[in-house]
Ligand binder design. Structure first.
Ligand code: MV4
Length: 510
């Protein structure tokens, strides 16, 4: 239970693999990368002490194959595995396989993952522990609705609008919003069909729909001695199609009192499954400030740096401490006393800003923002390819400020420095968002992007016009004197010189 970790295999790729290896390196722990065909030259492979090829590009044949990961551990003598997020991070069979092979899985027990993996099971478990869940119904036997009649009766009791959700789901898959009785039968059938196709489990349950909710999550941490603490909230309401785009902490709508209440509710949920390691309880918050547990993510999340910034902590280092059997490094009181300032994260995606489709390809120029309190967690470099096979996130740009207005000002500055060429990105979206009045006022909910789409997304004709202006300026040699920020991502800078001439701006991994 309590032995020092000497060599960690990181069962992931991209920025999170790099981020985990950085902490391992600082702690004197050796690292092992695994990589697919298309990741031979990836940063996580370059950074690792050892690297094992695990197959072709599709994740189902490489990063998701439990046997290959376990074999790579044995081959390299890794005594622990960090799963990152996505891939096998919430797969209880993988956690079990690690344990069976005598390898420390850096995460919670397979049992905790199983209990939280089923959303109906999680609702039952945490509400028994006193954590408020969205008013709803898991079905007559607690495992879904065998008949349409039962679902109709239940929805009537709950009151419309209701949400149909897949028990095996999460993240919005197999979810249906139903406004009136007449729409329920078809929606139920559709949700069950979608759930069966996506998860091999058609179990669907009902919840009262919370209108215009905010998505607020609480970071918790448990150790093997049974201590659990919380590290405040992250407001993740800025999403598009269930994909988070901007996260921040503190939430503009969470008071110290609400934070303490939500923190206690999240800790109670963790205690109910004897949670060990880093976990996150997701809550929906209504306009009246009421909050309800939605689901728990049993992994380190993408947006964990936001929390690291305001607590000035390394959560991966905490994960390693806990995995070594050590007690949590700090008490709740010590954590509460450390909180300081505000942090915001922008997820920079390789995506077509008009069609919203991934825009994979080669990054021909890259200038990464820098300076005080700016952090860019990145799994690519100038000249690297964003593969089509995986998540198209280029980096997470995170800034800290003494307060929210200063964090926003810093993010605007950082976004203006950021330059990516060769692929399309959502940088222009971020630049607009950080100047959008409602966002700046902290007045947003999960429908924000949808309602403000026109204002937040540059139109195609506008982009073409900007490109034409830059081309003309280049022709006449005036581009470098342009001072007025423009919304096309160049901020008026001349397009970059060849990469050989800008090495001073470039942050290479090695
Ligand atoms: C809800 C909801 C309203 N009421 N549940 C979407 C993803 C999944 N984790 C839960 N989701 C929602 N569940 C009830 N009872 C609204 C959403 C929702 C949402 C939640 C968080 C962030 C963005 C969202 C976008 C649309 C819908």
């Amino acid at each position: 239970m309590s032995s020092p970790i000497r060599r960690v295999l990181v069962a992931n790729r991209g920025e999170i693999a790099v981020r985990v290896m950085r902490t391992c390196r600082e702690r004197g722990i050796e690292t092992v990368a695994v990589y697919s065909d298309v990741d031979r030259l990836a940063p996580h492979v370059q950074m690792a002490d050892h690297a094992v090829h695990i197959g072709p590009a599709p994740a189902a044949q490489s990063y998701l194959v439990i046997e290959k990961i376990i074999a790579a551990c044995k081959q390299t003598g890794a005594d622990a595995v960090h799963p990152g997020y996505g891939f096998l991070s919430e797969n209880e069979d993988f956690a079990d396989a690690c344990t069976a092979a005598g390898i420390t899985f850096i995460g919670p027990s397979a049992d905790a993952m199983r209990k939280m993996g089923s959303k109906t099971e999680a609702r039952k478990t945490v509400s028994a522990a006193g954590t408020p869940v969205v008013p709803g119904d898991n079905g007559p036997e607690g495992n879904g609705f065998p008949t349409t009649e039962a679902a109709l009766a239940s929805a009537k009791r709950i009151g419309y609008p209701v949400m149909l959700k897949a028990a095996a789901g999460g993240g919005g898959k197999g979810m249906r919003l139903v406004h009136k009785e007449a729409d329920l039968p078809a929606a139920l059938e559709g949700a069950q069909r979608e759930a069966t196709a996506a998860f091999g489990d058609g179990t669907v349950y009902l919840e009262k729909a919370i209108e215009r909710p905010r998505h607020i999550e609480i970071q918790i941490f448990g150790d093997t001695q049974g201590n659990i603490v919380h590290l405040g909230e992250r407001d993740c309401s800025i999403q598009r199609r269930h994909q988070k785009v901007i996260e921040e902490s503190p939430s503009p709508v969470v008071s110290a009192e609400t934070r303490a209440k939500m923190g206690a509710a999240a800790i109670a949920a963790g205690r109910a499954v004897k949670y060990v390691g880093a976990g996150t309880c997701e809550f929906l918050m209504g306009a009246d400030g009421s909050f309800y547990f939605l689901e728990m993510n049993t992994r380190l999340q993408v947006e964990h740096p936001v929390t690291e910034m305001i607590y000035q902590l390394d959560l991966v280092s905490w994960q390693l401490d806990v995995a070594e059997g050590k007690p949590l490094p700090m008490t709740q009181q010590e954590l509460d006393a450390r909180r300081r300032g505000a942090a915001v994260e922008c997820r920079v995606y390789a995506e077509d800003p008009v069609k919203f489709l991934p825009s994979p390809g080669k990054i021909t120029h890259l200038r990464i923002p820098d300076g005080p309190y700016v952090r860019n967690d990145c799994g690519c470099y100038e000249g690297s390819e964003i593969p089509v096979h995986y998540d198209p996130m280029i980096s997470k740009l995170v800034v800290w400020g003494e307060d929210r207005p200063r964090a926003i000002a810093r993010m605007r500055r950082a976004l203006d420095e950021y330059q990516v060429r060769g692929i399309e990105t959502n940088l222009a979206f971020h630049r607009r968002c950080f100047r959008q009045a409602a966002f700046v006022a902290g007045d947003y909910d999960t429908g924000f992007i949808g309602r403000n789409a026109a204002e937040l997304h540059p139109r195609a004709d506008e982009r073409e016009l900007t490109a034409a202006i830059i081309a003309a300026a280049l022709e006449s040699g005036t581009a470098s004197h342009a001072a007025k920020p423009v919304a096309n991502g160049t901020n008026g800078h001349a397009p970059l010189p060849p990469s050989s001439e800008i090495s001073g701006w470039r942050r290479s991994l090695r």
